[in-house]
Each structure stands twice: as C-alpha cells, then as structure tokens.
Design a protein around this ligand. Sequence first.
Ligand code: 5AD
Ligand code: SF4
Length: 445
Amino acid sequence: MEQVDMKKIFIETYGCQMNFSDSEIVGSILSDNNYLITTDINEADCILINTCAIREGAEQRIRKRLKELKALRRNKPWFKVGVLGCMAERLKEQLMEEEDNVNLVAGPDAYRTLPELLKQVETGAKAANVLLSEEETYAEIDPVRLGSNGISAFISIMRGCENFCAYCVVPYTRGRERSRDPKTIVNEAKRLFENGYKEVTLLGQNVNSYHWTDDDGNIVDFPELMKQVAEIDPTLRVRYSTSHPKDLSDKLLEVMSSYDNICKCIHLPVQSGSNRMLKLMNRKYTVEWYLDRIAAIRRYMPDCAITTDVIAGFCGETLEDHEQTLSLFKQVGYDYAFMFKYSMRPNTYAHKRLTDDVSEEEKTRRLEEIIALQGELSLTSYQKDLGKTFEVLIEGTSKRNKEQLFGRNSQNKVIVFDGNGHKPGEYVKVKVLKCTSATLIGELV
Ligand code: 5AD
Ligand code: SF4
C-alpha cells in the first residue's frame, strides 16, 4: 500500500457561518497535530471540503467541485480529498462509494478524530467518522482564524438543532442541541479583543435556547451571555445569529437596547407569511406572533435593522399563501432578506409526509416576485439613512477605489467613504450622502 506523508492541508468552506466557524476549529485541531494549514491549494497534499446540505443546489455544487479536483490528482497522485460537514453527515459511506475521489468523510461532531482519520488515509485506506455527539461543543479549542480580516470573528456558542422544521435537514446533520460553557465563550471573546479584534458574532442555529447551568446551579441564558460578552469592553461590538421567532424574548431585547456595543440588527427568519404554511413547516408561531415580536423590537430599539429568511413554494403553497408572504414583507419592511426556493431534502418530515407540488417554474416566479419586492424595501430602508450619521467600524479598503474605505454601522449596513488616512479596525463617524439598495455612501464627519 502506498504510504504518504500528508502535511499540508487546504480547507475549503461552503455554506453558513457555522461552517466557516467549524473550519477554524478543524484548522486548530490539525495545527495542534503538526499539520500545516495552507492557503495555496497547489502546495497542499490534501483538501478538506467543509460542505453544506441545506438545499440540493449546495450539494450539486460540491459534487461538481469533487469532479474538478480529480484533475489536480493527475500531477499529484498522492493528493487526498476529504469531505466534512453536513453533506458528509447526510451521505456518509455513500459518498465514498460513489465518488472514487473521496478518501475521507467526517461529520460535524467528528473533527477531533481528524488526525487519526488522516493517519489512516496516509496508509492508502479510506477513513470515515460520522458519529453525532450529545456533548461535543469543541469548548476549549481555540480556533485558528482562517481568511480573517483581524477585525471581526465568529464564536460558536452552541451546536445542533431540535426544532425539526419540516423542510430542514439540519437536525439530522448536526444532531442534538447543546450549549457551550459560557466561561470558554467569554474567554475566547476576551482573547480576540486582546488580539485587536473589534467585533464578535455569537453563532448558533437557535441562540435563544442557549442554556447553561454551572456547578453551583447558576443559570446562564442567552441574554445573560450577551451581557457578559458585551461587558468585556465597550469598543468590542457584539452580534449574534440566528434567533428563532418563537422564542425571541423581551429580556433579550432589553439587554440589546441597554448596551451600545450590542449591534442593532436582528436576523429573524420568517420562512412564510401564511399561517397555514407556518403550521405545515412546524415553525411553532403564527404571523400574529411574529408581528408582535417585530413590534417589540421596534419598541425597544426603533433604530434596529431587521432581516429575514424566506422560502418560496413550500409543499402545498397556494397563490394566496404566497400573497400573504408578500404582504408580510411589506408590513415589516425588511432591511435585507435571504430568499430561497423550496428544495426537498431527503428524510425530512416534508419529504416523508408532504408533497413537493409547486412546479419549478412557479417556485422561480414566486421567488422572483419576492426578490423584486425586497429590492424595493431595501432601497427604501437605505434611503431612510440619507443624512444620518453613523458610527462605523472600518473593515478594509474598497475594492473599486483604493482611496476609499468601507465598514459597517451597527445595523450591519455597508458604508463606503473617503479614508483620509484612517485604518481598518478604527471607529469613525460617517454621514450618509448617497445610497444604492445595498450600500451607503458617505463622508467622514
Ligand atoms: N429549501 C429551501 N430553503 C431552505 N432553508 C432551510 N431548508 C431549506 C430547504 N429545504 C432556508 C431557510 C433557513 C435558511 C438557512 O435556509 O430559510 O432559514
Ligand atoms: Fe433548520 Fe428550523 Fe433548526 Fe433553523 S430552526 S436549523 S430552519 S430546523
């Protein structure tokens, strides 16, 4: 059997922020085991692809990438390919059998075993571990910051999801919900701040159900955790994602409103504006409940941006259901939205019990209608900022014009402005002069 010494690993990440955060944990585990993380695929001995399974399109993209990678092997016969993440978990051995190119498969809770799996692969064997865990949170692992701007970083605070929305594959690929020890979270945020970072985003599939009981019986819930992170330093911005509308609490809104460094932006995925659809989707809230939460956000923080996720053409969606989604969008006036066509995922409740009966053309038509409407709503939202002055955290130089800098305001909107010698990582005040539906353009004040 061939025996190769694989030392240089290239990590490629697809999908959500959680995946990017996981790749940084993988990077840390491998660095601790004498592997070198390279950013140049041409000098790598192995590629680990961290995959997404949320929609069929995401998986097709990975399949295509796996085919492309075969070419790399022509000049480098020892080159190995590993598949990590949600698609690895969902397809398990099937991936190794179907794709002659795949040497290693590891699910989201199996990353501590990657050094062993890689050793196995080095002997020429294939290796897999897709066991899900009820405890793994990678709590004490200090992630290596891959592709970071040195200013903002993700911190994973919990893993898994138990909401079982009818369309969603995540509960199956990421397993049971579990929270990470708050001390390790606060320490990670402190270390980042000491290393010059100015913004952290706390990540979980459903951060509102974050829950930790320490040895003395003290309970830390999500609002309390936010407080602890916000109190590290007033110049450390804190964001989070994602909260589920069913349990967005007033307590959290109150904490958000009482700290200037907690960013005023809430991502509140609605998925549909029809109560009938919400019920079929198993979302556990109604349109009325959702609107009540929106009203609560506006009450506590009139300047808070609100963004959402929506799915067009879920099982049994009628024109009337779709119209209700459009109407809800107008009522809320989202600042931004992630909009998707329903994509049936094997083994979900919707796959087993419902019928994917909206035609592809009709899904596309409805999606385009939502996109067009959101375009107008975004423009309205950005136009409302004309003349306002915001505190902006500078993230870098504008791609179009090197004289210009860009950053974000608390509401997470990108602002471009003439730099005048300021540098990434600094806070500046910028007055908005112009806008498009995706960018504010301003000047330093
Ligand atoms: N089809 C389309 N969109 C989906 N999402 C989750 N599962 C599916 C699916 N099967 C969307 C939801 C979720 C976002 C991350 O992805 O809107 O909030
Ligand atoms: Fe999927 Fe629903 Fe969990 Fe979000 S809350 S990850 S949509 S099951």
